[in-house]
Design a protein around this ligand. Structure first.
Ligand code: NAD
Length: 483
């Protein structure tokens, strides 16, 4: 039962052992469906980060020299450990994130698939070491190796806790890096299973360390001298602070940041497919997605028909606690996020924007926001330009695909995009020109472990998932000798 995870005394995992956090805070774990406290856990502090970073440093040499095949066995052990705890993990996410069951299940399955995928890539590393290069003229021979960058500090947010952490831990460990991960103070429970599994599978002490806590822990982590890379997922504002903290040491960082992504619907699109893609893109996880396609750009000729169908389906969306039958969209995970979203909605209404459905909170306890659509939003308005991180869609019309592309790209972000069209070639031509790291055509958002994940422009630096996720934790070494 979930209760086992909810009652955690020790939330710091360093050097292969659970310890009581030494931070100043006791974190309240909230159920967003009620606003009630589910549990209280002791946060870690800067002292725990120092211990964890030193443990990761000590473990690095041994882990680096462990074969890829052996590392793969541990990664498969993580996948099996997650699988055997699936029921608990799903329930904790329903309780603490407010995710409907199906969404919580998708997250666990995604984390499992990620560990399995990187297990295979870890095995492949053994065969690809010391690739020979015959240099011009034949006087010299080169050998090219890929080596892990070193101990890595990882910071993750609260919206997909199991997934974002798996996307970092699995490739890092596959590459031969050791890691210290800081979980989000809002959802501190789920990722603790990685420590339990590490003990269960006999992972060498210090290879993976976890420090639960808030900003103080993140700051200590981004300043710890032991790390040779920092991998961050979260907001642009904090991403910039992490870069600043790391910059005196000139270390590599990878940043998975925010978005304000477009969904383009061309004149020949199938209306039902468009409605499915639009709703999945902005109401899944109650819109708390870096990849939310929250700007709908639709051809004028089909806008009335599309808006009518979309509004009808949006009004019928079952919003409720994940534990209520038939719930399709849950509450927002944190009260702060709920207040921010409601404030943005109120500002937009007071600026005279046309709110065609939703537009406020439900009259019940918990952090429930109505799925909201603003029609014909001016392109200089906050609702059009800024990440909201909630179930709020802004729409606009265009007269051509060319105009749609221009409007789609008129943003500082470049994380994802969607295109819905009756003609694949037409959709592909639009997709080719949208400036973003991942585009979906005629499908709701699906992410495979062998996809690439990351953004252009201000949506971040680097890519997670796929071979690109692995190479983010590897450096290239060239050894040259006489032939
Ligand atoms: P956030 O930036 O507020 O927090 C992210 C993490 O940083 C948390 O663990 C937090 O405790 C920590 N942190 C806070 N202050 C810090 C500091 N000064 N130094 C170091 N760490 C610090 O983000 P959030 O509210 O948890 O998550 C929402 C944001 O994350 C959104 O902007 C969303 O777009 C983004 N996100 C991006 C992706 C992606 O893959 N691109 C995925 C999920 C979320």
């Amino acid at each position: 039962m979930a209760e086992a995870l909810l009652e955690r005394e020790n939330t710091v995992f360093t050097g292969g052992q659970w310890k009581t956090g030494r931070g100043p805070e006791r974190l309240e774990v909230i159920d967003p469906s009620t606003g009630n406290v589910l549990s209280r856990v002791q946060a870690g502090g800067a002292e725990d980060v120092e211990k964890a970073a030193k443990a990761a440093m000590r473990a690095f040499d041994g882990w680096k020299r462990t074969s890829g095949a052996r590392r793969a066995e541990y990664l498969r052990g993580f996948a099996r450990g997650l699988q055997s705890r699936k029921t608990i993990l799903v329930r904790v996410q329903m309780h603490n994130n407010g995710k409907p069951r199906i969404e919580a299940e998708i997250d666990v399955d995604d984390a499992i698939a990620t560990f399995d995928y990187y297990a295979t890539l870890a095995e492949g590393l053994d065969a690809n070491q010391d690739a020979r290069v015959d240099h011009a003229g034949g006087a010299h021979v080169g050998l090219v190796r890929q080596e892990p960058v070193g101990p890595v500090g990882m910071i993750v947010p609260w919206n997909f806790p199991l997934v974002t952490s798996a996307w970092k831990i699995a490739p890092a460990l596959a590459a031969g890096c050791t890691a210290v991960m800081k979980t989000s103070e809002m959802t501190p429970l789920n990722e603790l299973v990685y420590g339990d599994i590490a003990i269960e599978i006999g992972l060498p002490a210090g290879v993976l360390n976890i420090v639960t806590g808030g900003a103080e822990v993140g700051i200590a982590l981004s300043r710890a001298p032991q790390f040779r890379k920092i991998s961050f997922t979260g907001s642009n504002m904090i991403g910039a602070k992490v870069m600043e903290a790391v910059s005196p040491r000139c270390l590599p960082v990878s940043l998975e940041l925010g978005g304000k992504s477009p969904i383009v619907v061309t004149a020949d699109a199938d209306i039902d497919t468009a409605v499915d893609c639009i709703m999945g893109g902005v109401f899944f996880n109650a819109g708390q997605m870096c990849s939310a396609t929250s700007r709908l750009i639709v051809d004028k000729s089909i806008e009335p028909e599309l808006i009518e169908a979309l509004t009808e389906r949006t009004r019928a969306l079952a919003v409720g606690s994940p534990f209520e039958d038939g719930t399709e969209m849950g509450p927002l995970t944190t009260s702060a996020q709920c207040h921010k979203v409601l404030w943005m909605i109120e500002e937009a209404k007071s600026d005279g924007l046309d709110c065609i459905t939703g537009g406020g909170a439900f009259d019940r306890d918990g952090h429930f926001v109505k799925p909201t659509i603003f029609r014909d939003v001016p392109h200089d308005h906050t609702i059009w330009r800024d990440e909201i991180f909630g179930p709020v869609l802004a729409t606009t019309t265009v007269s051509s695909d060319e105009e749609a592309i221009a409007v789609a790209n008129d943003t500082n972000y470049g994380l994802v995009g969607s295109v819905v069209s009756g003609d694949w070639s037409r959709a592909k031509a639009v997709a080719d020109r949208i400036e973003a790291g991942q585009i979906w055509i005629n499908t709701p958002q699906i992410v495979y472990p062998d996809s690439a994940w990351g953004g252009f422009k201000q949506s971040g630096i680097g890519r997670e998932l796929g071979p690109w996720g692995l190479s983010g934790y590897l450096g290239v070494k060239h050894i040259l000798s006489r032939a």
